[in-house]
Design a protein around this ligand. Structure first.
Ligand code: DGJ
Length: 722
């Protein structure tokens, strides 16, 4: 998998090659990342010729070369990956190759979540670079996996000298996209805000800088820690796409530079605004992991490669192939207004409808009847839960349902008993009065006392043994951060809490949440196999939110609920079937009062759950494809998910607004076996795979607003065997 040939180090993945070169004068150069190249005995990858050299220490024009981990200011005048202050002055670093080693497997990154081998063959290349004059050593680690086109990268920066160093930038990755030209390339990012997370943004690159980032103390609602570069002509099923994703939940920055020669440099990592890290002699700083992905089969190819990778190497494996329980969450049906009887009434009805898990959301603790109070006071409100959490869980369990509960451990309200006893627990700048967000303050997770408090509260909650699920919420951004590097330290504290608690309670399913999808990232997915995708649960709005999220995150990671209408976010009324169909392309659940549904609707819930159970294996493990994008101009969205053996394909088609005399929508499937005969479940009609892919079919979506069809194509032999 990793081949050494002369001065070349060649990483060979499933369908990709990643090639580095050790330059004669010691620089570590990037040669290639793209579709797999054959191995041969005479590797020779010439650099692009230059007409004149403007800048040449060591007689090497590094501005025209691609360094794997460049530093700005000595022999490279493009933006670099690392910046160091030595004795308060900017170090003009010249990092040169010292050694390298290749080992089997995937090392963990101390203190940070990262991908794991999980039984898949993989190899890791570690290259050490050093600038002995400044006493800076950089270890670059690359892991290539037999089953994937993703390369996992990170850097470790060590103070190898005698004086103090201060890192002011320590990106995870820098990559010169050698196969792409700036003037012919687009950048794609996932932008949004609360209730409109991860919408696709695509724009053309230009000479200069395109960048995204977030400094709000979480990966954020605004700009997800992910970016892709793709050819101008790349579509969902055609062309090259190169993605970069951080396994990180804190402040992040993705910078894409196009230089005067049309070269593209992509660099990403912890946001360097407000970041600094002091390194005493001998100390090492480890960056978060970056997952690079290359596809020559369009954006769907990239999505599928990321989905496969995250499922196999990021998500907690215990939940990878097991059925996730169909849950009902209390939030939108009860908000803060509930008591035990009300809960049990919904739970009884939920059980009858086939729901498997009851989740009690916000409002069960302290005196919390609205969002002004009690975060931090994690004891049950006796008026609402007279038999406590364990007592309620027992009653729910007795009905034949699992029990889950909401927590927001990183926060406290100023009026809480917790903050009265520990006024120094929250983050505070002290110069000004506290900044509140949703009436609450963020606890200082860099303080070991706070880490201990949160760990203890969660342990006490879970130790009753009756809780199968935790919804872990986080409902405000960070402010008043005065120490450089604080946010990164905060995440080291959070990851420790998450690591400890999920290790102690491996069977408890954790769902992440941050005011909806404000912390939907691969870092959190290492602990939370699913994350609440958005507080906007309207089926039509969800088309964009879920399709955008699926650009790089697997469907099984997306919490998706059927909620009541008129919808609580946009007041739109959509058919019950469409709400369920859209939620089926995620981890399915309900968030409405089932006890108040009509008999007809109750029967529909049963049928929806049964239908979801049939397609769930595909949602969990299949290949997702965007047939008609929700982001395209038009009125029609179509998605497909196909089993790995190509024997089953589920297709969802949604019409947004009906229009008179509209043309029929032809839908062409992808990734089927052209020679196999498929039966469409709804109509019973037979089609060969080639016909479905090349000619297409016309789904019979009713001609009304927000109508949808969820249909399945099953290979003949499969159908008869089922
Ligand atoms: C924000 C979440 O996104 C909601 O689902 C709900 O849990 C509320 N917080 C509760 O305060």
């Amino acid at each position: 998998m990793i081949v050494e040939q002369g001065r070349y180090l060649i990483l060979q993945g499933k369908g990709i090659s990643y090639i580095l070169r050790i330059h004669e004068q010691g620089y570590l150069l990037h040669v290639y990342y793209g579709r797999k190249l054959r191995e041969n005995d005479f590797p020779y990858f010439p650099s692009a010729p230059r007409s004149f050299y403007t800048f040449a220490p060591d007689q090497v024009f590094l501005e025209g070369e691609s360094q794997e981990y460049p530093a700005f200011g000595y022999n490279d005048l493009k933006e670099g990956a690392v910046e160091v202050l030595a004795d308060g002055k900017i170090a003009a670093l010249s990092l040169k190759y010292k050694s390298h080693e290749i080992s089997d497997g995937k090392p963990a990154i101390d203190g940070l979540p990262s991908s794991k081998a999980n039984g898949v063959a993989c190899q890791t290349l570690a290259v050490t670079l050093s600038d002995d004059a400044y006493g800076v050593e950089v270890r670059l680690l690359y892991t290539v996996f037999e089953d994937s086109d993703v390369i996992a990268r990170h850097a470790e920066i060590r103070n190898s000298g005698k004086g103090a160093l201060r890192l002011t930038r320590a990106f995870s990755c820098c990559l010169d996209a050698t196969g792409m030209r700036g003037s012919e390339t687009d950048m794609i990012s996932l932008r949004g805000a609360w209730a409109k997370e991860r919408n696709l943004e695509r724009h053309s690159l230009f000479q200069g800088v395109s960048e995204i980032g977030n400094r709000t103390g979480e990966s954020g609602h605004y700009l997800n820690p992910f970016a892709a570069l793709c050819g101008r002509a790349t579509t969902s099923d055609y062309g090259d796409a190169l993605g970069a994703m951080l396994v990180y939940s804190g402040n992040h920055r993705f910078r894409v530079d196009v230089d005067a020669y049309d070269n593209i440099r992509l660099a990403c990592g912890i946001h360097d605004g407000g970041f600094a890290w002091d390194l005493a002699p001998g100390e090492t700083f480890r960056t978060p992991e970056c997952l690079l992905c290359f596809s020559w089969q369009g954006l769907d190819g990239m999505s599928q490669a990321y989905h496969d990778f995250l499922r196999a190497h990021i998500l907690p494996q215990r939940f990878r192939s097991s059925f996730r329980p169909v849950l009902i969450n209390s939030w939108e049906s009860m908000y803060f207004d509930f008591d035990e009887e009300k809960i049990l009434e919904v739970a009884r009805q939920a059980k009858q409808s086939g729901i498997e898990l009851f989740v009690l959301d916000d409002g069960w603790f302290g005196k919390r009847n609205d969002d002004t109070t009690s975060l931090g006071d994690w004891y049950p409100n006796p008026e609402k839960l007279p038999s406590g959490v364990a007592g309620l869980a027992e009653k729910i369990n007795a009905l034949g349902l699992k029990f889950g509960i909401w927590v927001e451990p990183e926060m406290a309200n100023p009026v809480s008993e917790l903050l009265k006893a520990h006024p120094d627990f929250p983050i505070a700048c002290k110069a000004h009065p506290p900044v509140l967000g949703r009436n609450q303050q963020v606890l200082d997770l860099t303080d070991p006392r706070v880490v201990e408090f949160i760990g203890k509260f969660l342990d006490e909650l879970l130790s009753c043994g009756k809780i199968s699920y935790i919804k872990w919420d986080m409902n405000r951004s960070m402010a008043e951060v005065t120490e450089p590097g604080f946010v990164h330290r905060y995440y080291l504290g959070l990851y420790k809490i998450l690591g400890d608690i999920t290790e102690k309670y491996p069977d408890v399913l954790f769902e992440g949440c941050s005011g909806g999808g404000g912390r939907f990232d691969a870092g959190m997915l290492c602990y939370h196999p699913q994350i609440w995708t958005s507080d906007d649960s309207d089926a039509i709005e969800r088309l964009r939110i879920q399709e955008g999220t699926a650009l790089c995150y697997p469907l099984s990671a997306m919490g998706a609920h059927v909620t009541a209408c008129p919808n609580h976010q946009v007041w739109r009324t959509t058919p019950f079937s469409t709400r369920a169909n859209v939620a089926s392309f995620g981890t399915f659940g309900y968030e409405l009062n089932v006890a108040r549904l009509s008999e007809e609707e109750k029967a529909e819930v049963k049928a929806q759950i049964a239908a979801y159970r049939k397609i769930e294996p595909l949602i969990r493990e299949g290949d997702f494809a965007v047939l008609h994008s929700a982001f395209a101009r038009g009125n029609f969205t179509a998605w497909q998910v196909t089993s790995k053996d190509k024997k089953r394909a589920v297709v969802l088609c949604v019409r947004t607004l009906a229009s008179a005399n509209a043309a029929g929508e032809r839908v062409r499937l992808r990734g089927l076996n052209p020679d196999a005969l498929y039966t469409e479940a709804r109509s019973g009609r037979n089609y060969y795979g080639d016909e479905l892919m090349y000619r297409g079919f016309f789904p019979s979506v009713p001609s009304t607003d927000f109508a949808s069809v969820l249909t399945e194509f099953v290979e003949e032999s499969e159908e008869t065997n089922r």
